[in-house]
Design a protein around this ligand. Structure first.
Ligand code: KG4
Ligand code: ZN
Length: 377
């Protein structure tokens, strides 16, 4: 399949990711061997605002990108000359944030005389699993659930004879992403940002049967067999529960108490929560994970897939990992996750997704720009 000359170091790609609030660079050999994976998180900066502020994100990427790339090269123990290509996230994401990474990557690639590969961030998340999951890449099609702060998508993924991958979307959220619902509900309950890790840690301490949440059937705008999602209804249901049960005052007390200890770890949050709050969190998480499972396994059965890949920030969730793995075992379908470090945004996944494109000679044109709304499949 190789149409591209691979250098004497065996196909070294420098990946660059700046689509949201992590500035990341990584060196990956041959699409799977991670030589370095450096992530500078802006979480602490945005936490004060309870969400990502686009202008601040761009400014921080500008500040962090050069040191992050230098660190990735130093940890990999190679010089720029040893690289075979530079890969960068083209979209989807914040326009200004994406542009910082793209302009830098273009300058570097042209300066070095190396090819530039443009990568879809969502394809990156899928490759975060593929790069570690040997044995599944021969199966076709695979079903990929990408579940993060900005996305909840189901794709059928196929590997072509050229080694490159094609994707068909068979499910997406019609409103909020699952991670967005996690973050909004955590904020509503006076917890820290981002909310996912807080809810994950606290849900384990509550009773998931305490509050019943229902998911309405979704009318899809898209043709064909669909497995779409909706997470704005459950967010509203949590708000209603909070109002009906007079929880507002307790939430305000918690918000103020947590503001006094900004470095508190998510796992230490339980002592700020009463039983009713812990039960609500456990019930919310149980319902969200249950819904993600129902749609994913229904799609897996309908399309007769050879395995399921689950990736994106929410794939770090412990209950999600346990329940998907157990259900997969029950049904005889292999379910694969990235390691937790590769679940959230990183650049190793961008370099890994670039590898088959590099081998097939699919390089970015000189006019390549940021595509904030870029789709996959
Ligand atoms: O993939 P990611 O780092 O960035 C996006 O592309 O969005 O995902 C971030 C999202 C946030 O919504 C965060 O709350 C959620 O992933 N998240 C989690 C967990 N860790 C991160 N959600 C549930 N449980 C977790 N353990
Ligand atoms: Zn992401």
């Amino acid at each position: 399949m190789a149409s591209t000359a691979v250098g004497r170091h065996g196909g070294l790609i420098l990946g660059i990711e700046s689509s949201c609030d992590e500035t990341a660079a990584a060196v990956v050999r041959g699409g799977s061997e991670v030589l370095s994976n450096v992530v500078a998180s802006q979480v602490a900066l945005h936490a004060a605002y309870g969400g990502v502020v686009p202008e601040l994100a761009s400014r921080e990427h500008l500040r962090n990108l050069v040191p992050v790339v230098r660190a990735a090269m130093a940890q990999a123990g190679i010089g720029f000359d040893a690289l075979d290509a530079v890969a960068v996230t083209q979209g989807p994401g914040l326009a200004g944030a994406l542009l910082v990474g793209i302009l830098y990557a273009k300058g570097l690639a042209y300066g070095l005389g190396k090819p530039l590969v443009a990568v879809n961030h969502l394809e990156g998340h899928i490759h975060a699993v593929l790069m570690e999951t040997h044995g599944l890449e021969g199966e076709s099609p695979l079903l990929a659930l990408v579940v993060s702060g900005g996305h909840t998508h189901l794709y059928l993924a196929d590997r072509a004879a050229s080694g490159t991958w094609t994707y068909r979307n068979v499910g997406r959220t019609v409103d909020d992403a699952a991670g967005e619902a996690y973050d909004k509900v955590a904020k509503l309950l006076g917890l820290g940002y981002p909310g996912g890790p807080w809810m994950d840690a606290l849900a384990a301490k509550g009773d998931a049967t305490a509050v019943k949440f229902n998911f309405a059937a979704i009318k899809s705008k898209h043709e064909g067999l669909r497995f779409d999602f909706s997470f704005s209804g459950i967010k509203t249901a949590v708000l209603r529960y909070v109002q009906n049960n007079g929880m507002a005052e307790g939430i305000e007390v918690r918000r103020r108490a947590l503001a006094e200890v900004p470095d508190l770890k998510a796992g230490e949050g339980a002592k700020y929560c009463d039983r009713q709050t812990l039960d609500l969190i456990a019930s919310f998480q149980g319902a969200v994970v249950g819904n993600l499972m129902r749609q994913t396994f229904a799609a897996a059965e309908a399309f007769g897939v050879g395995g399921i890949l689950v990736s994106g920030g929410v794939a770090a969730n412990r209950e999600l990992r346990q329940r998907f793995t157990a259900e997969g075992a029950r049904r005889g379908v292999q379910v694969a996750f990235p390691t937790v470090a590769l679940s959230t945004d990183n650049a190793a996944m961008i370099a890994a997704a670039a590898w088959p494109k590099f081998m097939a000679g699919e390089f970015a044109p000189e006019v390549m720009g940021a595509q904030p709304q870029l789709r996959l499949g």
